[in-house]
Design a protein around this ligand. Structure first.
Ligand SMILES: [Zn+2]
Length: 198
């Protein structure tokens, strides 16, 4: 594609950046580069602080999401009492111990009690909590709690299956399950997901 104007600095063609290039993260990333023995002034790294700052802002954008606002207008009265399940929601998060990505799938199921949530909101809830520094277990239960708080269903279950870059050398993925209320609902959720977490 042709560059529209003079192309002096490589600006991102995509969406407008939420932070400008004076992001406070940039000098920190520059320091970090120097600290690991790199030369932050070599050509390949010149824009790296900017890119890293931007991607970090994106990956942690969940802190700025207002759940009430997100769910506003998406809670509906409904007499449906069948379990609502949304499976295979893609999830990208970052572990709080190493600030390395973990990613995988999230499955959310709930049994309504007079209220349902717009289906598209379930992935949005998952994303809002995923885009923070997280541990998978907390992420899983935060998603469940958010659904619980929004529509007070008879029960809600969340399964997250994720691979963590910080532990991939050991292989395998971590599966976590959060249910609310706990006991009687677990069997039902596990049946619905046909998974046997734990
Ligand atoms: Zn980690």
């Amino acid at each position: 594609m042709a560059s529209p104007k003079g192309s002096k600095k490589r600006t991102k063609p995509k969406t407008a950046s939420r932070r400008t290039s004076d992001d406070a993260l940039e000098p920190l990333v520059r320091d970090m580069l120097a600290n690991i023995g790199e030369d932050p002034d070599r050509e390949g790294l010149l824009n790296t602080p900017h890119r890293v700052g931007k991607s970090l802002r994106f990956l942690t954008g969940g802190y700025e999401v207002d759940l009430d606002e997100l769910l506003n207008g998406a809670v509906f009265e409904d007499s449906c009492d069948e379990m609502v399940v949304v499976k295979d929601i893609e999830l990208y998060s970052m572990c709080e111990h190493h600030m390395l990505p973990f990613f995988g799938k999230c499955h959310i199921g709930y049994i309504p009690r007079g209220k349902i949530l717009g289906l598209s909101k379930l992935p949005r809830i998952a994303d809002a909590y995923a885009r923070r520094l997280q541990v998978q277990e907390r992420l899983t239960s935060q998603i469940a709690e958010a659904v619980n708080a929004a529509i007070a269903p008879r029960g809600v279950g969340v399964v997250v299956e994720a691979s963590h870059l910080c532990m991939m050398m050991r292989g395998g993925a971590l599966v976590s399950l959060a249910v609310n209320p706990p006991e009687e609902f677990v069997a039902e959720v596990e049946k619905a997901f046909e998974a046997g977490p734990r």
